[in-house]
Write a protein that binds this ligand. Structure first.
Ligand code: KDG
Length: 324
């Protein structure tokens, strides 16, 4: 099996040890995170080889990102150390001002990764690539990032490789809704697999029932064979060409909900690539999403196949016992 290739920004994540407003926070744990890279690490843990196109600052934090990704098996040979721009950083604020809610503060404007451009994509990056993964985050980072994502999409098409696209709308990175919708349109039109969520569908198509929003999405996503709608603790729904599969969420203790969608995507793609059917892939993806929220950090709780099997057998056994 070939590589899954993606492009994007990994940042240093500053995660407070306690809940509360950041103005009072003095102690943090430092992690490394970023949607596309998270999904690649998830894939690596599930036996799929991956390659990441990115830029990091030629600084200590950039080294931290490179060594984390390298240690987890991702091919980092195409990541550029940029001497002129710093590595992006973000802070998490938990439980304030709304209990149970997480806010993210980005310090990534002008970062090294925001300077990604089509020049970072020579033809050879497509060598031995099985699937290309893009998300709505990277095109939103800068005009040159958007151009790079469009180029990678074209490269996937010319090599006849499928595109997986996660809408991953980050309102803080987008000037307004009209811009966001226009930015995502070419990727939605091209993708074979579309990952999205209830909030993103409402951003794209306005409020309404998910079924109706998916009908609207289908009208423009003509190449989409599979549309996955992630519903957090309520599980997920998959719409393939002629069937709908629903899967309930697994109830777990939530420690840190960031990165759950990326864990979901990684397990779904890995399962499909090894030839499981859609229903089985959805089951693994839901389990991976659930496991991802049980510990801090985006990469740290990502599961292996053994973790997924153990989780599913225990969880489904205890559910069956409750039903008896
Ligand atoms: O999916 C989790 C990511 O959103 C988070 O770790 C940071 O990539 C990130 C982003 O751009 O918000």
């Amino acid at each position: 099996m070939g590589h899954v290739l993606s492009i994007g920004e990994m940042m240093v994540q500053m995660c407070p040890t306690l809940e509360g407003p950041l103005r009072q926070t003095r102690t943090y744990e430092r992690y490394v995170a970023g949607s596309e890279g998270n999904t690649l690490v998830s894939l690596e843990l599930l036996g799929v080889r991956t390659r990441f196109i990115s830029r990091v600052g030629n600084d200590e934090l950039g080294f931290a990102i490179l060594s984390e990704l390298r240690a987890r098996g991702v091919d980092v040979s195409w990541i550029v150390r940029d001497k002129e721009a710093p590595t992006g950083v973000y802070f998490i604020q938990r439980g304030y001002p709304l209990q149970g809610k997480t806010t993210v503060l980005y310090y990534r404007k002008g970062s090294a990764a925001s300077r990604l451009s089509p020049q970072d994509l020579p033809e050879e990056v497509m060598d031995d690539v099985e699937l290309v993964l893009l998300t709505g985050i990277t095109p939103a980072l800068s005009l040159s990032c958007n151009e790079a994502c469009l180029k990678l999409m074209e490269m996937a098409r010319s090599h006849d490789r499928p595109l997986a696209f996660d809408t991953n709308i980050r309102i803080k990175l987008l000037p307004d809704q009209a811009y966001g919708r226009k930015l995502l349109l070419p990727f939605l039109q091209e993708a074979k697999y579309i990952f999205t969520g209830a909030g993103d569908l409402t951003y794209l198509f306005g409020p309404g029932e998910i079924e109706d929003q998916v009908v609207q999405l289908r009208k423009l996503a003509l190449k989409a064979e599979i549309i996955l709608v992630k519903l957090g603790k309520h599980g997920a729904v998959v719409y393939d060409k002629d069937s709908v599969f629903r899967h309930q969420g697994y109830q777990v203790k939530v420690v840190d909900e960031l990165g759950a969608g990326d864990a979901f995507n990684g397990a779904f793609i890995a399962s499909m690539l090894r030839g499981d059917g859609v229903e089985q892939a959805l089951r693994y993806a839901n389990a991976a999403g659930a496991l991802a929220v049980t510990a801090k950090g985006d990469l740290e709780p990502l599961p292996t196949w053994n973790d997924l099997s153990l989780f599913l057998s225990c969880y489904e056994d205890s559910e069956a016992q409750l039903l008896r």
